[in-house]
Design a protein around this ligand. Structure first.
Ligand SMILES: [Zn+2]
Length: 110
């Protein structure tokens, strides 16, 4: 059984993005590497394709809006993903303090 989604806590159902082996949770939009990625020590599939220090921001967005974040690797966003990405970007613009906190937690080697 797959672990619950780190952002929406559901048992995730995935759809593919345009990056090889990457899918996104169809409920909240969070991308995961499902196959054919480069795993770090101790990592297994599905492995979230978002820096872990940004997960709390994505969780807050989900809790506030119940809307997908539109993240993931796309050459051209499908319409719903593109609209979700725009909405998420607007929310980020309105919450600069939360993003600064996530960025401050990043280490130099990431
Ligand atoms: Zn999810």
């Amino acid at each position: 059984m797959t672990q619950p989604c780190l952002v929406c806590d559901s048992q995730p159902i995935f759809a593919w993005t345009d990056q090889h082996g990457e899918g996104y949770c169809i409920r909240c939009g969070t991308p995961y590497q499902l196959i054919n990625g480069i795993l770090g020590e101790g990592e297994t599939y599905p492995r979230v394709n978002i820096k872990l220090d940004a997960i709390p921001v994505l969780r807050r967005y989900w809790e506030e809006t119940s809307r997908g974040n539109g993240l993931g690797t796309w050459l051209a966003h499908p319409r719903s993903q593109g609209e979700d990405r725009v909405a998420f970007n607007e929310w980020c613009d309105e919450h600069p303090d939360e993003l600064a906190t996530a960025n401050a937690d990043r280490t130099e080697d990431e």
